[in-house]
Design a protein around this ligand. Structure first.
Ligand code: GAF
Length: 394
């Protein structure tokens, strides 16, 4: 069953009728460009084939109910939420994500009651953006129930990037996770076969072809199955550090520090902030370098930039973990062309660019390394760039 079929079937089981529609949104990996989004910089994600689907029907009483079918097959049901009374801090736990979306859409004039049932296959807590897939699918469902489809926009309807900004507001102000724009934009704006080159400052986007098969390579995703959450302190602390550094340097955001200006900036900063700035400035440049290689059809040559990105996150930004380092190091030792942690860090997943013929061998070497180190078996899979969020037939 597809996620859409599963969500529709679960909706029927819970509510006794077919849903009015099903909308779904993918998880993502970020190829490169980490912790650059909230510094007005560049990111380069692609959408996973894994999706969360929201089956939904309108309610006339202004109430939102949400049920989710978890990875473990268990159905969790939120308490009924009155949309008119939603306010930051009013809802806790997983239900805060869909409630935050209902809250932000109410603020935009789309405050309608609904029954929503979520199902799908984006691994949760793996740093692959399952929470944003959920938020984006629910946004599309609640908009869709008011007659607005992003793929066939009516006059005055929001664009995908605008919806991404609303989802960011839900996440920042309602859920309380101080995340940037990478994940929602990836889930809403990525397209099949491409990576999305996004300039967060201007909102400009380019779909850059990412022909893995033609280049004879694959992206191996290595979920370390270790904890990851951006509502926790480390992410916010890094973010505040970069904002403080920008303030001290007298720039709007670290995007304004160029590689040529980096030595001067580093000399002017306190020792604890300098490595954060070095990461952001060099990472922005690595995104530009990777995009240049991809535009030139040289995908198989991007590996050293992935490696440098990981080193920078491990040593300067300090968002890696022993498990992420183990995944990256063991994949490289077995012949990966490049590897790095992906997403916010503090657990979650790493990616490796591997020759197509070596996927199984490199995956087995990573598993052996985890077993040898007494770690939990990682979840490994390959993924191709897939379509962004949209309405499904079911
Ligand atoms: C998380 C956040 F949600 C993103 O906004 C981004 O900052 C990322 O960490 C790091 O690049 O996924």
């Amino acid at each position: 069953m597809t996620p859409a079929e599963q969500a529709a079937a679960t909706f029927r089981a819970v509510h006794g009728t077919a849903p009015a529609g099903v909308w779904s949104a993918p998880g993502r990996v970020n190829l490169i460009g980490e912790h650059t989004d909230y510094n007005d910089g560049f990111v380069l994600p692609f959408a996973l084939p894994h999706r969360l689907a929201a089956a939904a029907s309108s309610r006339e009483d202004g109430i939102l109910t949400v049920s989710t079918l978890g990875d473990d097959g268990q159905l969790q049901r939120s308490a009924p939420l009155e949309i008119a009374s939603l306010a930051p801090g009013a809802v806790e736990g997983w239900a805060a994500y869909p409630a935050g979306v209902a809250w932000v859409l109410r603020e935009q004039g789309f405050g309608r009651g609904a029954d929503v049932v979520i199902a799908g296959d984006v691994p949760s807590g793996a740093g692959l953006s399952s929470s944003h897939a959920l938020e984006c699918a629910v946004s599309l469902a609640l908009l869709g129930l008011t007659g607005i489809e992003l793929d066939a926009p009516a006059a005055g309807a929001p664009g995908r990037y605008e919806v991404a900004r609303w989802v960011q507001r839900a996440e920042n102000d309602f859920v309380g996770a101080p995340t940037g724009l990478l994940d929602q934009t990836a889930s809403l704006c990525c397209t099949a076969s491409n990576v999305l080159f996004l300039d967060v400052r201007s909102g400009e986007m380019e779909q850059v072809p990412f022909g893995l098969a033609e280049a004879g390579v694959r992206v191996l995703i290595m979920d370390t199955r270790t904890k990851h959450s951006h509502a926790d302190g480390g992410y916010g602390e890094r973010r505040r550090g970069t904002e403080r550094a920008a303030e001290l340097l007298g720039v709007k955001a670290l995007r304004d520090v160029t590689p040529a200006g980096l030595p001067g900036a580093l000399a002017a900063l306190p020792a604890e902030l300098a490595p954060l700035v070095r990461h952001v400035v060099t990472e922005n440049q690595r995104v530009l370098d990777v995009v240049a290689l991809l535009r030139a059809g040289r995908l198989a040559e991007i590996g050293p930039h992935l490696d440098a990105s990981h080193t920078s996150m491990r040593d300067d930004y300090r968002t890696s973990t022993p498990e992420l380092d183990l995944a990256v190091d063991s994949a490289r030792a077995a012949g990966a062309l490049g590897a790095r942690m992906t997403g916010g860090g503090f657990g979650g997943s790493a990616i490796a660019l591997v020759p197509a013929a070596d996927v199984d061998r490199i995956g087995a070497a990573v598993e052996d390394a985890f077993a040898g180190a007494g770690r939990r078996k990682p979840r490994l899979f390959t993924a191709v760039p897939s379509r962004g969020a949209g309405r499904d037939s079911f």
